[in-house]
Write a protein that binds this ligand. Structure first.
Ligand code: CU
Length: 385
């Protein structure tokens, strides 16, 4: 007895479908068993809300020490380092400032303890050096491309089209001198403008450019803060957030300032991928000068939000001595590294160490394992707001 052909075909088809479904179900369950066997949950006070679930190593920048030899920048040095260039004067008396920036893209540096990343840099650091001039000066920047890709420098500010660094890439091994008048006064940035832009910026080719007004600004303890992030797993989302290049750095090395002294921060947002970043100052308010192009403040506030490329100048002083946080008020950014501390001294003669009963935190200008360990002991972990 023979079955009709259609019945045979139906039988075969059903068997194939059954086999396929069984195989998929089996492989899925064994895959999830594999994953769950490696998954570990870390931290968290509330059941169901772990701080971290991972199958890999846990890197904790709050409790780890970055090796100064490998670090992409020394944030304490960067904080108050302003580069005025090699100064000369033109026949008509104009001040000329010459700078040299060397682009590279083939090095690997530590951007957070244990996290090594292919950094693209101007003069070897992220952020690149802060360039400073006075309104009306002639600024000349020679870019030397020691990298393997085309690079350029695009400055914000007013200048001719051919000095804009957008259409003319500098080839590997090449060099080019950008020249323009520093105008107007304000707070600007510079960055590579080669395509794909998010790759050249995301890897670190940027820095701060300050143009002082001719009459200057009132005397102050001045510092630069550049907000950035690192996408270390290349999914177009940042894994770390920082101010001045290393996550949590100023939590371990608080920035020392004096009570009642005017503080001026040149704040720039270079964060790639995330649409918005911000800055919040604890127990105080600041005058905010948007883009720094006016001498009267736009706002008196304790928080300012900036899109990528936006910047402004903050001015404030602390009335009371003590330890104060500053950080992104976007919680995720703060918890992934964009957080720091000010230590306010009671008066010039009294040491912060005495007033706060802590040791070995004075003038940390380089990465020292000892200093880092000592400081770690006095910094409480957690609690941003
Ligand atoms: Cu580039």
């Amino acid at each position: 007895m023979s079955y009709p052909r259609i019945v045979v075909l139906f039988g075969i088809a059903t068997s194939i479908v059954f086999l396929a479904i069984s195989t998929i179900l089996y492989s899925r369950s064994s895959l999830s068993e594999q994953n769950s066997s490696k998954l570990e949950t870390f931290g968290g006070h509330t059941p169901g809300y772990p701080i971290l679930t991972t199958t890999g190593d846990v890197i904790d920048p709050m409790n780890s020490v970055i090796n100064p030899k490998n670090a992409v920048v020394d944030p304490m040095k960067y904080l108050r380092e302003f580069n005025y260039g090699r100064v000369s004067t033109s026949p008509n008396g104009t001040v000329i400032r010459d700078f040299t920036l060397i682009a590279s893209d083939q090095h690997t540096k530590e951007v957070s303890p244990g996290v090594f990343y292919n950094v693209w840099t101007f003069n070897g650091t992220i952020p690149g050096p802060t360039i400073r001039a006075t309104e009306g000066d002639i600024v000349r920047i020679t870019l030397i491309n020691e990298g393997t890709k085309f690079h350029s420098i695009h400055f914000h500010g007013i200048h001719p089209a051919e000095m804009d660094g957008v259409f003319e890439g500098i080839a590997p091994g090449g060099k080019f001198t950008y020249e323009f008048t520093a105008e107007p006064f304000g707070l600007f940035l510079y960055h590579c403008h080669m395509q794909p832009l998010e790759e050249h910026i995301g890897h670190g080719l940027y820095g701060v450019y300050i143009v002082d007004p001719k009459q200057g600004r009132p005397p102050a303890d001045e510092m630069v803060m550049l907000m950035n992030g690192y996408d270390t797993d290349f999914d177009s989302e940042n894994n770390f957030y920082t101010v001045n290049g290393i996550p949590f750095y100023y939590m371990h090395h608080p920035i020392q300032i004096e009570k009642n002294r005017l503080i001026r921060i040149y704040l720039v947002n270079m964060l790639e991928f995330d649409p918005l970043n911000n800055f919040h100052l604890h127990a105080n308010l600041f005058n905010f000068y948007k883009t720094g192009t006016k001498l009267v403040p736009d706002e008196y506030t304790d928080i300012v939000s900036l899109n990528q490329g936006e910047r402004g100048i903050l001015e404030f002083s602390y009335k009371y001595p003590g330890k104060y946080m500053f950080h992104a008020h976007k919680t995720e950014f703060a918890e992934k590294g964009w957080v720091g501390l000010f230590l306010v001294k009671d008066d010039k003669n009294e040491s912060v160490n005495q007033s706060l009963n802590v040791t070995s935190i004075a003038n940390n200008t380089s990465y020292s394992k000892n200093n880092f360990s000592n400081v770690t002991n006095i910094v409480p972990i957690g609690g941003y707001k």
